[in-house]
Design a protein around this ligand. Structure first.
Ligand code: NAD
Ligand code: MG
Length: 385
């Protein structure tokens, strides 16, 4: 029996994780579930799984959560500190699926706990790569990548012989605007941007996918997770999202992981690792698929790619600034306050204007994140005016 905690249990990844956990109740016991403020969904999940603890980040939602859990054995808690405590709840396995840098401190708590941490929350690793990876080593935690590309690479990468890896190839769907001209991209709406052709995901990552900042964040994520230089990571657009990424070895062999575009596949891999567990998806029908296409991404239309590449090369605070400015710009776009192309323009601007020393601790990363958010919010106001 494995004890599990799901941080961000009401989101897209969190829901898929619980779907798998609930299919094998004899295998998993739920320690803690957290959400921002979706009380109804959180309480329903806690009731179904007999979770020991349910936490809302927004403290104002705590009375409603208490009420929704009345008569159950589930303890209710609220506030950012309680989410961090849920991360430190001592579970054998923790899914880190809070969206954005908000997930950094709870994810760090889970890492310091020393168990297995399944990482979906890429923003945490982008913002605080060194701090996170150092804590993993110090506390003997095991980090398993859940992002489908990184999970694919994890399954193909020879960690005993990293020098024999020539390249990593990250595949990208290209998002909903892969065939849209720059002029038309200037006018796209939030509804168009979140309508992803292949995957069903939360709003923020869907917009990141549309700007291709998602692939930029994943480039940085890959450089943190695998013993390889950023120059060895290539990005290729692959519309079908069937090959989730590849590892290219010096002898010319390329190993790929293929699967349906359903996050339950990489989540199941992390949940059962090093074993395997069944998922409900039908096996891939290669004949029906017929073909797989590949093309180079267009740097002229997707500025986010070169911004992320520069940020990973610059190192220090740059990835944290890139991520924070992007989070603010995406939220402003989703709120209808700025245009689609302004997202990357704002990130570019903040990266140029803000150049603090490299943050070496969690608190220093959070301070850089907070300042970059302030600057980006100011820049949003300039756009709106
Ligand atoms: P989502 O928006 O669907 O869910 C986010 C979860 O985080 C929810 O449970 C929400 O309540 C919680 N949350 C939001 N703000 C919070 C805060 N301030 N404090 C505490 N909790 C908060 O997002 P998602 O699509 O499930 O993505 C989650 C993470 O996984 C992201 O980092 C994303 O990049 C990554 N990821 C998602 C997918 C996918 O298919 N959805 C794939 C790969 C990686
Ligand atoms: Mg991904």
């Amino acid at each position: 029996m494995r004890t599990v905690t799901v941080l961000g249990a009401t989101g897209s990844v969190g829901t898929s994780t619980l779907d798998l956990i609930e299919r094998e109740p004899e295998r998993f016991r739920v320690r803690a579930l957290t959400a921002n403020c979706d009380v109804a969904k959180l309480a329903a999940a806690a009731r179904r799984t007999h979770a020991e603890l349910a936490v809302v980040a927004d403290e104002a939602c705590l009375p409603a959560l208490r009420e929704a859990l009345a008569g159950t054995a589930t303890r209710a808690a609220g506030g950012a500190a309680a989410v961090i405590e849920a991360g430190a709840s001592g579970a054998d396995w923790t899914m880190a699926a809070i969206v954005g840098c908000a997930g950094l401190a709870p994810t760090m708590a889970a890492i310091r706990n020393g168990g297995t941490v399944a990482l979906a929350n890429k923003e945490a690793l982008v913002s605080a790569g060194d701090v996170v990876m150092r804590a993993v080593t110090e506390h003997g935690a095991r980090l398993l990548p859940v992002d489908s590309e990184h999970n694919a690479i994890f399954q193909c990468f020879d960690f005993d012989r990293p020098h024999q890896v020539r390249r990593i190839v990250l595949t990208a769907s290209g998002g909903p605007f892969r065939d849209t001209s720059l002029a038309d991209m200037a006018r796209v709406t939030p509804v168009q941007a979140v309508a992803h052709p292949n995957w069903s995901m939360g709003a923020k990552i869907s917009v990141d996918s549309a700007t291709m900042m998602n692939k930029g964040l994943e480039l940085i994520e890959a450089a943190r997770l695998f013993p390889i230089c950023p120059e060895q990571i290539e990005i290729v657009v692959h519309r079908q999202s069937v090959i989730h990424s590849l590892v290219d070895y010096v002898d010319g062999s390329m190993l790929a992981q293929l699967g349906p575009s359903d996050m339950r596949v990489p989540i199941a891999h992390a949940l059962a690792w090093p074993e395997r567990m069944a998922t409900p998806m039908a096996p891939l029908d290669l004949v029906k698929l017929g073909r797989l296409d590949f093309e180079a991404p267009d740097p002229g239309r997707f500025l986010a790619l070169s911004l992320a590449r520069s940020a990973v090369n610059a190192g220090g605070a740059a990835p944290a600034i890139l991520n924070a400015a992007n989070e603010i710009a995406v939220a402003a776009f989703l709120a209808g306050r700025i245009g689609f192309l302004e997202i990357a323009a704002i990130v570019d601007d903040i990266l140029q204007r803000y150049d603090p020393p490299s943050p070496e601790t969690l608190d220093a990363v959070l301070a850089v994140d907070a300042r970059a958010r302030e600057l980006a919010a100011g820049r949003v106001e300039d756009c709106v005016r």
